[in-house]
Design a protein around this ligand. Sequence first.
Ligand code: SAM
Length: 327
Amino acid sequence: MDRAVQQTDYDAFSCKISAINKKYLPCQKELEFCEMKGFSELHMAYVHRLKSLNKRAFGKVQRAVQSGLPLMNYGTYLRTVAIDVECKSFLQNAASNSKVQVLNLGCGSDLRMIYFLEQYPHLRWIDLDFAESVSLKAKILRTEEQLKKVVGELRDASETEYVSDRYFLKSCNLNNIEKVLELLTEITDPEVPTLIITECVLCYMDLPKSQALIHKLISLYKSGTWISYDPIGGDDVNDKFGSIMQTNLRESRQLELPTLMVFNSTKKYAQRFEEVSKSTEIETMWQYYVRQVTQEEKNRLKSLQFLDEIEELQLIFSHYVLLKSSW
Ligand code: SAM
């Protein structure tokens, strides 16, 4: 089961490369780092290394790029930009502090640390995932000079992780809360403002484990914000989205989404944070698309690929949420 969950990283990364390939990403105006020189090049450099290190993952990237479905590209664009915007807003608000830290839990091959580390000199970034994902990512970072330059020179000789002055890529099973706390107590400072990201991660965890993670980490850090992105099953009796998704994943990938039908609405998903956090906001990705994406950007997206399945876009986006919870 852990292996099936770990492999979902290749899906997420493949989708991102497809969205870059079709020019959905980087986004245009919302974020100044969209203009960042080398955004696409750095991702392509990562893919290039992946080719020599993990043929299976590389094959997945190739297939995703070839199929390049507009619905998938829209979804990847939206979740990436929505989380980046929240990250940027948190880091700007925290700019007056001498220190700030980001924990990307279940980071997979996500490379967003590269542009935030470059822009915020006081930032310490912690990426955590299963050992297999971490070891592959560490190997790529160690051998790809362009990426190494941004995350900083290696500070220790570990073959399977990557630690520099400001970047920590460490292996850890998030289900083992004692180990998570032990590791984070060692490499982070509970007094420093902390942003926690779980992008498509909590959905793979059992209910008690994911709730323990939320409760313990919110109690550990004095102040912070948690950004979480996940699918929700839907709470309407006629809504079959969640049950179809569960069956498909179980049959094709032996993957379980244990809480998809438990936290099946925005209200219920928010409640898991409201128990411990001071303020929580949540919206579906459809609401985000309608309210937050400018008309100019919507037109740009429309021009990239032909998309006539707008009802399907609405249906899918209504089953994904972005939550922001602060304490
Ligand atoms: N957050 C990344 C992104 O959105 O690009 C990766 C998302 S991928 C769908 C889910 C990631 O969560 C995988 O890399 C997986 O290994 C990680 N993950 C899920 N459960 C985990 C656990 N218990 N411990 C460590 N990592 C976990």
